[in-house]
Design a protein. Structure first.
Length: 297
């Protein structure tokens, strides 16, 4: 039976993003980019922990060391230990490009961190997709330049990468070699309606892609052939990211954002900016890949 998706708390966030399930510590983790905050939610107790970051935290991934995260701050990659608060900068991100910051990202199935950037100065396609390998080498992926990189996720076998330039309203797919980072056969996977933008995505154990659709108040499940298979409607205009959660990976958490919405909308639609949790109509998740760790069952 599917239960309704409901906010986990009364708190609303300007730009919640990057939600993932930390299976080692049994926590839901996400960021509010606008507030430069990292959050952790314990679904057993309902307790939420909030941690201030030294810059906007755009996305992050788990690592092979429990409690340690790899962060993509707006202009830097960093190692962050949630146990003692120690943060170590590892690499600069496009330091010579003014107005460029990190955006979406996640690990591939082999433990390399794949992330993209975002052009904050306008719609020009100057952002890139990057690969921070498990041995600490940062290289640009051979994917088209974008305005807003998003929707980065991988098929269960790791051989297909999904991604988007959000304003195009298209989710793309390509063949991906996790060993070399080589890209081949870039193609359109799914098309959204005009005015709706694909944001964060995840892939379930059956190889179906779940996409949070900014401006559409919904999350859509797509079959491996790109066919829309299921829809979760939400009382929030700007769903931003989605992740499976729980010990059985049969629950789902969806972030949303209220940035850009006026006061009248806030009054009429109080769930904009909420973090939602519920049971999806079908599908179970896969364990989140961890930086520096090989494929997980």
């Amino acid at each position: 039976m599917t239960d309704a998706f409901k906010p986990i708390s009364a708190h609303r966030q300007a730009h919640a993003e990057g939600v993932i399930w930390d299976d080692h510590l049994q926590l839901v983790r996400w960021t509010d980019i606008a507030a430069s905050r990292l959050y952790a939610y314990d679904p057993t107790t309902g307790h939420i922990t909030e941690t201030a970051m030294p810059a906007r935290l755009c996305c992050f991934t788990l690592t092979s060391e429990p409690g340690v995260l790899l962060l993509a701050l707006e202009k830097q990659l960093a190692r962050y230990d949630t146990r003692d608060g120690n943060l170590t900068v590892l690499e600069d991100i496009e330091p010579d490009l003014v107005g460029m910051r990190a955006n979406d990202g996640r690990c591939d199935r082999a433990g390399h961190f794949i992330f993209g950037t975002l052009n904050e100065r306008g719609p020009e396609k100057t952002a890139s997709f990057w690969r921070y390998s498990a041995d600490g080498k940062l290289t640009r992926l051979a994917l088209p330049k974008a305005a807003i990189t998003n929707s980065i996720c991988f098929s269960p076998d790791g051989g297909t990468m999904y991604f988007t330039d959000s304003p195009t309203a298209q989710i793309m797919a390509c063949d991906y070699d996790a060993t070399s980072g080589e890209i081949d056969r870039i193609r359109v996977f799914a098309e959204l309606e005009a005015g709706h933008e694909p944001d964060g995505s995840t892939v379930d154990a059956d190889g179906f892609l779940w996409n949070a659709q900014w401006g559409a108040s919904r999350v859509v499940r797509y079959a491996p052939d790109g066919r829309a298979d299921a829809v979760i409607d939400l009382p929030a205009r700007q769903p931003s990211c989605v992740s499976f959660a729980g010990s059985a990976l049969d629950r789902m958490v969806i972030t949303s954002a209220h940035k850009g919405l006026d006061a009248a909308v806030h009054t009429r639609e109080p769930d904009n900016g909420a973090i939602f949790i519920g049971t999806p109509p079908r599908g179970r998740g896969l364990p989140e890949a961890r930086y520096g760790q090989g494929p997980r069952a």
